[in-house]
Each structure stands twice: as C-alpha cells, then as structure tokens.
Design a binder for this molecule. Structure first.
Ligand SMILES: Nc1nc2c(ncn2[C@@H]2O[C@H](COP(=O)(O)OP(=O)(O)O)[C@@H](O)[C@H]2O)c(=O)[nH]1
Ligand SMILES: [Mg+2]
Length: 355
C-alpha cells in the first residue's frame, strides 16, 4: 500500500530540507533497500522499536520497517488558486496525496528571506489554508451546475452528491475546511472522487528556532502541531546511531523530532502495523485501521487472502512477556482468529492459507 503525505507550505520555510532529511534517514538494518522514487518523492521508513525487540527474540537476519511516502511539493504563494507562481500545478500535486504536512516557519534568521518579509506563522498558515479553500470553492462552483443538471434527470450519484455539495459550499465560503465540516463518513465517501484539498487530514510542523519552543498562541490555534528545528534535526540525522541516542538522552527526549513526525504522520493516515517475525526477517506491514485478517494477509501475498484459512495471532506485548512464540503458545496467548477478525496494531501474525 502506498499512502502519501504531501509537504506543503510557503517558500523558504524548510520543506525541502525536511524532505531531504526524511528520505536520507539511516535505518538500523543495513540491507534495507532504500527507495527514492522520484527526486521529490521518497519512501520513508516508519520507526518502530518493537521490530528490534522481536528480531532479537527470533534471531532474525533482517529487520524491515514499513514505509510511508513523503512528497516535497513546491512552495505555494498567495494567489496560487488563481494560478500565481505555478499555483495550479502545485495544487494539482496536492490533490494526489492522502494527507498534508503543513510546514510553517517559526525560526528567525535574517539571511533567509521570508516571502512576506516577516515571521508570523499563524498568518502564513492562513495564506496556505485560504488557497486550499479557494481551490475547493472553485471546484465546487464549477461542479454544481453539472451535478444539478444530472440530478434533474434523476441520475442516482448526482442525487446523492448534490445535497452534500450544497451543504459544504456555505461552510467553505465561511472558511471552514471540509475536514472540519462534520460530514458523516458516508457523505465523505460519496464526495471522495472530488479529492477536495481541505478534506485531507492535515498536520502542522512548526520549524522552530533551536529551542523547539512554540508560542502559546500557536499552541492554542493548532491542535495537530509538532515543533521541530529542522536545522537541529538535520544535524542529528548525520550522527551515528549511538551518538544520536546519547544526544537525545542528554536533551531528555526518547526519539528525534523527525521520528515523532513520521509516527504522527502514520497515525494521521489512520494506519497501523502488524508484524511478522522469524529467523529470516522481522517485518512490519501496513494496513488501514479496521482491516480484516484475510485482507491483512493479502498485503503480504494475494494468495494468503485468496486461500485464507485462519491466522495465529499473538499480541506484541504477550510475545515479549512470554519470551517466544512457543512460550506464548504454552501460556495460552496464541489466538486462532478467523476471517472476521480485525487486525490490531502490533499483532504478531502467522497466516494459514491454502490455494
Ligand atoms: N536557520 C534555519 N534555516 C533553515 C531551517 N530550515 C531551513 N532553513 C534554510 O532555509 C532555506 C530554505 O529552506 P528550504 O528547505 O529550501 O525551504 P523550502 O522553500 O520550503 O523548500 C535554506 O537555506 C535552508 O537551509 C531552520 O530550521 N533554521
Ligand atoms: Mg523547496
């Protein structure tokens, strides 16, 4: 599954630097095949400490983390929705992604020009969010007459779509992004094919000074915000693993800001990991929250889904507490689950299938 997060923001806020350190990040496993798909698209390994623990228990030869895709989208400027600064092309790029990572500049540095010649992250965020709203508004205004026409001729999809578009139009005009317009999941599903920009989940990265400090106003305004000094994080990235741990311990932090960002992005996409472990490898696999056992197996191989019989499941914690798969089995912690079982984050899975 390749779900992607687009890095969005004004020019010169640190987007490309963030993208570079995300995609150059070293993983503990040296035989992990690192993938840069295109210059501005990269697969980023999702840090998961559970993998190393399982690999140690199973004496695995390889540890393979799962990945999410990050895309460096060129800077948007005021007027992008009207075509300013290649605006429409960038907005089209955002349409393709599953979630948005919105970088705002908090750091001070007179050598690095700010497009609006001042540091004001709240106004900066408003500029970008306004462009996204305007793009959606433009799209709805263009779509409405066609949908109305089709609804008159009793087209089923148009009849379903019309009231939803009519409902979101005034909200967008009032500045409410679709993600905050309190639509029911069924309603969101019906308008999914429009790929509205403001319907996509969004997280903020505040590119702070080296202190990682956020002003109280910023904290109040945004709930989903991660403070990050992209400058410091790029230095941490260059360190050897041991040095990194030492440095972070000194700062009293468990993991780098970058790792926190990747994990939060993963959650934003509503993704969880199930795990497989053995002598050959310990590996994390990505599924959407709520995925059933056969479809989860299908992520490993389509045969598993097609010929699904059952899955042997041990929760990660039980696996570790019992010290091994055998231990978990002896303690009654191995469950045999059928095709209606919903895979949980951290399930250590062994699928049985027959094709
Ligand atoms: N002082 C400082 N400079 C930064 C930081 N992040 C990025 N920069 C610099 O700001 C400039 C623009 O960064 P870039 O990543 O290209 O921004 P983009 O236009 O958003 O992609 C570059 O010279 C970076 O080195 C930061 O956290 N602190
Ligand atoms: Mg850039």
């Amino acid at each position: 599954m390749s779900l992607s997060i687009g890095i969005v923001g004004l020019p010169n806020v640190g987007k490309s630097t963030l993208f570079q350190i995300l995609t150059k990040k070293q993983v503990s496993a040296e035989n992990y095949p690192f993938c840069t798909i295109e210059p501005n698209v990269g697969g980023v390994p999702v840090p998961d400490q559970r993998l190393d623990v399982l690999a140690q228990i199973s004496k695995s030869a390889k540890v393979i983390p799962t990945t999410i895709e990050f895309i460096d989208i060129a800077g948007l400027v005021k007027g992008a929705s009207k075509g300013e600064g290649l605006g429409n092309a960038f907005l089209a790029n955002i349409r393709q992604v599953d979630a948005i990572c919105h970088v705002i500049r908090v750091f001070h540095n007179d050598d690095i020009t700010h497009v609006e010649n001042r540091i004001n992250p709240i106004e900066d965020a408003d500029i970008i969010n306004t462009e996204l709203l305007l793009a959606d508004l433009d799209q709805i205004t263009k779509a409405l007459p066609q949908v109305e026409k089709k609804a008159k001729s009793k087209d089923k999809l148009a009849l379903e779509t019309l009231p939803i578009l009519q409902k979101i139009l005034p909200r967008i005009e009032a500045g409410t992004p679709i993600r905050d317009a309190e639509l029911a999941p069924e309603e969101l599903e019906i308008i999914k094919s429009y790929n509205f920009l403001t319907a996509k989940p969004m997280m903020y990265v505040a590119n702070t000074d080296e202190t990682y400090q956020l002003s109280p106003e910023l904290q109040d305004k945004f709930t989903n915000i991660i403070p990050l000094s992209i400058k410091i994080e790029s230095e941490i990235c260059l360190m050897e693993a041991e040095e990194q741990t030492e440095y972070l311990t000194m700062l009293g932090r468990e993991m780098s800001g970058l790792d926190t960002l990747i994990q939060e992005g993963y959650k934003l996409l509503d993704l969880i990991s199930f795990l497989t472990t053995g002598v050959q490898e310990t590996k994390a696999w990505t599924v959407k929250q709520g995925t059933l056992a056969p479809q989860a197996g299908g992520v490993i191989h389509s045969d598993i889904e097609r010929g699904f019989i059952m899955a042997d499941i041990i929760s990660y914690q039980d696996f570790v507490d019992c010290g091994s798969e055998v231990g978990a089995r002896q303690n009654g912690k191995l469950r045999q689950e059928g095709k209606s079982y919903i895979i949980q984050d951290g399930d250590v899975c062994h699928f049985k299938f027959n094709v």
